[in-house]
Design a protein around this ligand. Structure first.
Ligand SMILES: Nc1ncnc2c1ncn2[C@@H]1O[C@H](COP(=O)(O)OP(=O)(O)O)[C@@H](O)[C@H]1O
Ligand SMILES: [Mg+2]
Length: 341
């Protein structure tokens, strides 16, 4: 659906050249919700803006349904862009137009007859739950309502792709959830491919099928959300992950790690999916000559799969501790011996 090949973007300013994207390769499948996560300045907005050619790539190609949009002339690009809707962090609504007129705007540009445009816009407002606000102005709406208008507007030309640049970053968690749910519903109902960028792992967790991690202008990891969650391959991925599963061990527990000795280890056990439902920990306690003191635990879900971690102190003879930890590893749990920092 979207195929990005060797994409490089260099911004040239009077004083310097900035490498914002460094040989990015990525493909997004039809109908999937694909997330790109990265810290501020990593190159996320540049990447998403290249996909609809708001930014011209320095090198590389971007194929949408096989058509390389970097090669299109102005007219062809205008048509191609109609099939790519975009929503923004700050909504970008026209303040002097009513809600209905905002949604009609892209249809006017596409020269859709007025009555038809009006009908379509009204249907979209219905879809996003804002029919009663058709005549309101953006300043009269809450943030969540503004983003709903943004979504309705992005869908006006029946796009095949919806791009989202931090669309929920200005919203509170509750509103974020409702907007993400709306995006998920739209993805299902209309079979629209969604590519979203965010710095928030919660967003990825809630709706994405796959995720790419962008760090310092490069894609450093791509995978199934669950795979990346369970086994982050880079420090960047791990830091995003920590933010969400709260696997940072509370400070007051970490001081216990100071006492890590031959006869006691403070460990973190991460678990995912099926193993979360099995009595592995209780089997370990039964089968090995150790004591386990559970100090902290956290469980969450990625889509429908349980995911979490436990911090515990294992006390016993060194060989028994080693055998117990091997047992946990053999049962598919990730083990990390915590060190005091
Ligand atoms: N129009 C621009 N001109 C020059 N540098 C830019 C421009 N836009 C972004 N950059 C730089 O490119 C890098 C990536 O920016 P951006 O894509 O906005 O990152 P993100 O969205 O991940 O925060 C940053 O170093 C930023 O300062
Ligand atoms: Mg950005």
């Amino acid at each position: 659906m979207i195929e990005i090949k060797n994409l490089t973007k260099i911004y040239t300013t009077p004083t310097q050249k900035i490498l914002a994207l460094d040989n990015v390769n990525l493909s997004v499948n039809k109908g999937e919700i694909f997330g790109i996560i990265g810290l501020s300045g990593a190159g996320k907005s540049t990447l998403i803006r290249c996909i609809n050619m708001l930014e011209k790539p320095t090198k590389g190609s971007i194929l949408i349904d096989g058509q390389d949009i970097t090669l299109l002339d102005k007219n062809e690009l205008r048509l191609a862009r109609q099939k790519i809707g975009m929503i923004f962090q700050h909504f970008n609504l026209l303040s002097s137009r009513t809600v209905l007129d905002n949604v009609m705007f892209p249809l006017e540009i596409a020269k859709v007859p007025h009555s038809q445009a009006k009908k379509r816009a009204a249907e979209l407002l219905e879809l996003v739950g804002l029919s009663d606000k058709a005549k309101a102005y953006p300043s009269q709406l809450s943030g969540g309502q503004k983003q709903r208008v943004g979504i309705a507007r992005a869908l006006a030309n029946e796009p095949k792709i919806l791009l989202s640049d931090e669309a929920t970053s200005a919203l509170d968690p509750e509103t974020t959830r409702s907007i993400l749910k709306l995006m998920k519903d739209i993805n299902k109902q209309m079979n629209i491919t969604i590519l979203l960028i965010t710095h928030d792992m919660n967003v990825i967790k809630q709706i994405c099928d796959r995720v790419a991690v962008i760090d310092n202008s490069r894609i450093v990891e791509v995978g199934d959300v669950l795979t990346v969650f369970s086994n982050p391959g880079t420090p960047t991925s791990r830091s995003f992950l920590n933010a969400i599963i709260k696997s940072e061990v509370p400070e007051d527990l970490l001081h216990l790690a100071k006492n890590n000795s031959n006869n006691s280890k403070l460990i973190r056990v991460s678990f995912i999916g099926a193993s979360a439902g099995e009595p592995i920990i209780s089997n370990m306690i039964k089968n090995f000559a150790i004591k386990a003191n559970i100090l902290y635990g956290n469980i969450d879900r990625v889509k429908d799969t349980p995911f979490g971690n436990l911090v515990m102190e294992i006390i016993g003879e060194p060989q028994a501790i080693t055998a117990a930890l091997d047992f946990l590893k053999d049962n598919g749990l990730e083990i990390e011996v915590l060190k005091h920092v």
